[in-house]
Write a protein that binds this ligand. Structure first.
Ligand code: SF4
Length: 218
């Protein structure tokens, strides 16, 4: 979807009286959609799911980008304290049950937003995983909301061309060899031959956090 198509769609949602929000993990490749939103309507709320496990560099980068683009960024987090997020051996859940850890820290905090808003602008791209490739530009989400995926047909090459054209900032961990950056315990530096998503939950037989599987209406 081009910038003009994205803009028209947002204007249509506004015209229809729909309440719109977006979410972002504030990685380098997330910045293209955020930058376009800042050019269309920078009052659109941008929710950052603060799991408590992010790299400090991500939090600094989030604040830098919010300031530079003039964005309305809001943190959300799990209502379950970390002391209640342990397995039977007393270890934090990401070590033994990452699906449940992601559910408590990522999926659950998003659920109330899907009751409050009508449209979730979501930056998934088809080239990131098979699950995402099967998605459509507009899809029903739980609680009557719609997921809107304006970046679905963008490739990594398109993303970096836009970043270069608009001279957008880069996540500080890019320079250290990271590509897909999520929570610190579940992110590693990829080997040269690895797909970007393979650097997440390495060795855990997990490729998605649940935001793009649980929060899609079946
Ligand atoms: S990515 Fe890892 S640490 Fe973050 S919520 Fe999921 S399992 Fe927990």
């Amino acid at each position: 979807m081009t910038f003009e198509e994205f803009k028209s769609k947002i204007e249509l949602y506004h015209h229809q009286g729909k309440k719109v929000f977006t979410s972002s993990s504030f990685q380098t490749h997330s910045l293209v959609m955020l930058h376009m939103i800042s050019r269309i309507d920078n009052s659109i709320p941008i929710y950052f799911i603060n799991t408590g496990y992010h790299f400090p560099e991500t939090l600094t980068f989030r604040d830098q980008v919010a300031k530079e683009f003039g964005l309305n960024v809001i943190d959300i987090k799990s209502t379950t304290p970390k002391m209640m997020q342990k397995d039977a051996n007393g270890r934090l859940l990401f070590t033994s049950d990452p699906d449940h850890c992601c559910y408590l820290n990522k999926v659950q905090p998003m659920e109330p937003l899907l009751m409050e808003y009508d449209v979730w602008i979501n930056g998934v791209r088809g080239d990131q995983s098979a699950v995402r490739k099967a998605m459509t530009v507009e899809q029903p989400a739980p609680n009557g909301a719609i997921r809107f995926h304006p970046m679905l047909d963008w490739t990594m090459r398109d993303i970096f061309a836009y970043i270069k054209e608009h001279n957008l900032p880069r996540h500080p961990l890019d320079a250290k060899g990271y590509s897909s950056i999520g929570c610190e315990p579940c992110t590693r530096k990829p080997d040269p031959e690895m797909h970007e998503r393979e650097s997440r939950w390495f060795g855990m037989k997990k490729v998605e956090c649940g935001l793009h599987t649980d929060l899609v209406k079946k």
